[in-house]
Design a protein around this ligand. Structure first.
Ligand code: B12
Ligand code: SF4
Length: 495
């Protein structure tokens, strides 16, 4: 069968498409795991975010897919709905499958969206079995993890247990199936790989627990190294590790760094997401190894520097430093110090706008970011489907905006007990733009040609809404903020 797999074009503030266009790892993994006689095409629509309608139309006409699959996050649901309508219009008989975080956690929202099948949680085996069942007409009742539309309505089969990843049932991704080009992370071709899936923590804002439970399974290093080589052979020079929490097992992470070095793959740049506690508690040995393996940027889940907020986010445990088995306080500064001493850059993941937040508590976090992080990645708490935090916000009547396309993490959609969402967002937006500017010299040293030829687009993106008048101080920042929000609203109309 001909299968077309699409990821959505919607991006958010910290990932301007001019600088960051990353592949969706789920789709190539699905493509690598269907039976080999299917012809699968993967199209990451972030690569054509200004030409979505034309590209989807062209691909459907050229490839004539019998099955179209969409990978969807919550803030992409509206765009997904429009793409589904477009595909149906172009090819009425096509079977449409949705998967990813939003369909898995809000299946009911897809009941009337023109979808035929919905794959919940991990997709490789479920999707393989689904294609077999469509092709052979054998029925869908036995496919765990699948929801499907029957004559009587939607049927939700029992869940599929998370795969243990230890056998070779989940094969390597199929990168050759990609039909669009232009992946980049600040000028370098980028690809994504996984070494593990899952996490055993339960931060209240994170979707992972409802998605797959609290567990942690790992791929063998041989498989991971083969995956990195494959990404490199397809042109990647930067590798983004999409593991939910690779730092859960620090000894394994250290061994992984050694394996990268041993395999000579440390000529690539690596980008990873990490817990502050793991880096702080093991930084003496871990950080130098990471550097030698080629790690350049580390996204640190700092979340918040104030204990009350950390408690609300249920993120205290993963941000605690230990000495001789005893808690000795917040791990963030120690973690940052280890990374800086080993010439790595800190992408500072902070969340501002929790219920107890005031101007002062938000400012304390912004000031922390100004002083210590190299690239700010500050977000607002966002009530994604079925997270514990969403329930907290609902119980307190603090959700002010139900337009899901604005649930992109940098649009404040909840209020605090003391501040309106726009006030929270304004504070973050105003401070964060200037923090990003400070990273230009670092990027210039690493990728001078890209910064000089293309970097200005990222700069314009960061400062969109500003005018000469505002730069000269003749116009208030509030006015610029309003203009920025209007531009952002218009950008969301991808289809
Ligand atoms: C890596 C990652 C990123 C990377 C993305 C790199 C990339 N292009 O893939 C970066 C850092 C850029 C990123 C950014 C964002 N992310 Co993010 N990210 C993740 C993370 C850590 C892992 C996702 C991943 O690749 N997993 C590996 C793949 C193989 O697994 P998977 O995606 O789940 O796919 C499997 C199944 O879902 C299913 N499946 C998926 N799609 C499809 C499609 C079909 C047809 C089928 C059949 C099956 C299927 O099968 C796949 C294979 O088993 C998750 C989870 C987490 N612990 O935090 C968050 C997560 C997905 N991100 C999230 C969010 C909100 C964002 C942001 C909006 C803001 C933010 N929090 O940073 C931005 C938006 C990005 C953008 N488009 O601009 C949320 C989504 C919540 C939701 N309900 O929508 C998550 C769950 C984190 C959270 N807050 O809980 N993210
Ligand atoms: S540690 Fe990270 S992956 Fe694990 S629950 Fe918390 S935010 Fe999610």
């Amino acid at each position: 069968m001909n299968v077309l797999l699409l990821s959505m074009p919607d991006s958010f503030e910290h990932m301007p498409p001019a600088a960051v266009r990353m592949p969706n790892g789920a789709l190539t993994s699905l493509a690598g795991n269907v039976d080999p006689h299917h012809r699968v095409a993967v199209a990451d629509l972030i690569l054509v975010h200004r030409k979505v309608r034309e590209t989807v139309t062209r691909l459907v006409r050229e490839l004539k897919p019998e099955v179209v699959g969409l990978s969807i996050m919550t803030f992409q649901r509206r765009t997904a709905g429009r793409i589904i309508d477009l595909v149906r219009e172009l090819q009425p008989e096509v079977k449409i499958v949705v998967g990813g975080y939003d369909p898995s956690l809000a299946a009911e929202a897809y009941a009337d969206m023109g979808v035929d099948y919905l794959v919940r949680s991990e997709g490789e085996v479920t999707f393989r079995e689904l294609l077999r069942a469509i092709e052979q007409g054998t029925g869908f009742e036995r496919i765990c993890g699948l929801s499907y539309k029957s004559a009587e309505g939607w049927v939700h089969n029992p869940a599929r247990s998370p795969h243990r990843l230890e056998d070779n049932e989940i094969r390597l991704p199929n990168r050759a199936s990609r039909v669009l080009k232009g992946y980049t992370l600040m000028g370098r071709p980028v690809d994504v790989i996984e070494t593990s899936r899952g996490c055993t923590f339960d931060c209240s804002f994170c979707s992972i627990i409802e998605m797959r439970g609290r567990n942690f399974f790992t791929y063998s290093f041989d498989r991971v190294l083969a995956d990195i080589r494959d990404a490199r052979d397809h042109g990647a020079r930067t590798i983004f590790l999409v593991d939910d929490n690779i730092t859960l097992n620090v000894r394994r992470f250290e061994a992984f760094c050694e394996a990268i070095i041993g395999a000579g793959l440390n000529t690539l740049d690596y980008f990873v997401q990490a817990m502050t506690s793991a880096i702080a508690n093991h930084g003496e040995t871990l950080a130098p190894l990471m550097r030698r393996a080629g790690f350049r940027y580390v996204f640190l889940g700092i979340e918040n520097i104030l204990e009350n907020d950390l408690e609300f986010l249920r993120a205290s445990a993963k941000n605690t430093e230990k000495e001789n088995g005893h808690n000795v306080g917040n791990a963030t500064l120690t973690a940052i110090d280890y990374l800086h001493r080993n010439q790595m850059y800190v992408v500072g993941g902070l969340i501002v706008g929790s219920p107890g937040d005031t101007k002062e508590s938000i400012e304390a976090n912004l000031e922390f970011a100004r002083r210590y992080v190299d690239w700010p990645y500050i977000q607002h708490p966002t009530p994604y489907p079925r997270t514990p935090m969403t329930q907290d916000f609902r119980d307190q009547n603090l959700i002010m905006n139900e337009r899901l396309e604005e649930y992109d993490g940098t649009t404040a959609v909840v209020r605090t007990e003391h501040m309106r969402p726009e006030e929270v967002e304004f504070m973050r937006w105003k401070a964060e733009r200037w923090m990003k500017v400070r990273h230009i010299p670092v990027a210039l040293r690493h990728d001078p040609a890209w910064v000089l030829l293309r970097g200005w687009k990222t700069f314009l993106h960061t400062f969109r809404g500003s005018t000469l008048r505002s730069l000269l101080g003749l116009e208030s920042e509030r006015k610029v903020f309003e203009r920025y929000r209007a531009i952002r609203r218009a950008e969301r109309e991808y289809v």
